[in-house]
Design a protein around this ligand. Structure first.
Ligand code: SF4
Length: 401
């Protein structure tokens, strides 16, 4: 008989709370909605959203991420990827209320890039991001200590993807690093290698690996994966010393699920089909795809595609569906039959949007996302380093900066 003692696993701190029930003050997942949240079955929801938006006029600016539901995008003043939306928010200093239909880290970036007298609201505080949640600031600080002990911290430049919390961006700012998006990751990594010998890439191992190997010409052996749940990241000091890129073990729960088998299957079914994927996908999928790029790149590629051409797209389903509807002259399919919507993006629905807008009409600011001023200051340093990279469009400066 085994002498090992069974240890009850600790409940994950990231467990999803039941919709509308309770709050977890230690995570992004508080979901309380003070007052009445309209029922999804309310037949007047669309009319109520129109009425509230009209009553607020120019006082409200609604941003909709490409992965949002159609019912939400219908009320967005602009749509785009996370970086474009943060820039769009910063370009509207006259709007006191920015309603961000996206996920928590995006609303944080908008708060950092907008003026202090503007309120950024996230209609459902449960709209986090599983990738951003995979790098907690305490874990990253512990990892840095591991690099210090291995004697490589001074040689290492941290780079974080936009899809990370403000605290991680601030950490990167304090340690001489930068933020990147999926469009400028190559330039960000080149810049980082001009500043140091190694890169700590957070929190998406796939974007980091795909950029380092497929765009910078490094080898897979140049990259190691740091597992925050294992002592020392699961790496020996010699491995850290030999690596050029230390990848944080994190991934997008949507893009990480597209598989090589799905690519082979769709190629067998539709000969000549083009595979178009986001660089958050796994390395083997990105390596085989004909086209790889950000959501904005995916949209532009489909817009420019020849009528009659066939495309299998590996990104979030809401965007792929809208592209297929907008381009009936092209054959557009979702790359993976088993992948569903991004569950956290989909937490924002019409009832939450109506609830947010109607509260604003009543003079109540709900679900405001406010980044601590010291965190915001250092995160802005990291964001400004990204904006200074050659070819990256700048964001308007905050009035106070
Ligand atoms: S699609 Fe992936 S990266 Fe984007 S919000 Fe959802 S989990 Fe996060």
């Amino acid at each position: 008989m085994s002498t090992e003692t069974f240890v009850e696993p600790e409940p994950t701190p990231l467990a999803l709370l039941l919709l509308g029930k309770g709050a977890d003050p230690d995570s992004e997942r508080g979901v309380e909605c003070p007052g009445d949240l309209p029922a999804p079955s309310d037949p007047d929801l669309v009319a109520r959203a129109h009425a509230a938006k009209e009553a607020l006029g120019d006082k409200v600016f609604v941003l909709g991420h490409h992965y949002q539901r159609d019912e939400v995008i219908a009320f967005a003043d602009v749509s785009g990827d996370s970086f474009k939306l943060a820039r769009d928010a910063a370009a509207r200093p006259d709007a006191p209320y920015i309603v961000f239909c996206g996920v928590h880290f995006m609303a944080e970036s908008a708060d950092i890039l907008t003026n202090d007298d503007q309120a950024v609201l996230l209609p459902d505080l449960a709209a986090g991001c599983s990738m951003a949640d995979m790098a907690a600031i305490a874990q990253v600080e512990d990892a840095w200590d591991v690099l210090v002990d291995a004697g490589v911290a001074d040689l290492t430049v941290p780079v974080t993807y936009m899809n990370s919390t403000a605290a991680i961006k601030a950490f990167v700012g304090r340690h001489g690093g930068t933020v990147c998006t999926s469009s400028n990751a190559k330039r960000a990594l080149e810049w980082a290698f001009e500043q140091g010998e190694k890169i700590l890439f957070l929190p998406d191992e796939h974007l980091g690996r795909n950029t380092a190997v497929l765009q910078l010409g490094l080898t897979l052996e140049d990259c190691v994966v740091y597992n925050p749940h294992r002592p020392g990241g699961g790496l020996a000091p010699e491995e850290l010393r030999a690596a050029k890129v230390i990848l944080w073990q994190g991934h997008c729960s949507v893009h990480g699920r597209f598989t090589l088998e799905a690519v082979e299957e769709v190629r067998a079914k539709v000969p000549g089909i083009n595979i178009l994927v986001h660089p958050e996908c796994r390395h083997e999928v990105v390596r085989t795809a004909e086209y790889v790029g950000s959501t904005e790149y995916i949209i532009k590629t489909i817009e420019a595609a020849e009528p009659g051409s066939a495309w299998a797209i590996g990104t979030e389903l809401n965007l792929v569906r809208r592209l297929a509807l907008a381009h009936p002259d092209k054959q557009i399919v979702f790359l993976e039959k088993n992948v569903c919507f991004c569950s956290t993006m989909n937490r924002i629905d019409l009832p939450h949007l109506v609830w947010t807008l109607e509260n604003l009409v009543e003079g109540r600011v709900v679900n405001r996302i406010e980044v601590d001023s010291e965190v915001a200051r250092w995160a802005r340093v990291a964001l400004d380093r990204m904006l200074a990279l050659p070819g990256v469009q700048s964001a308007p400066a905050r009035a106070q900066d």
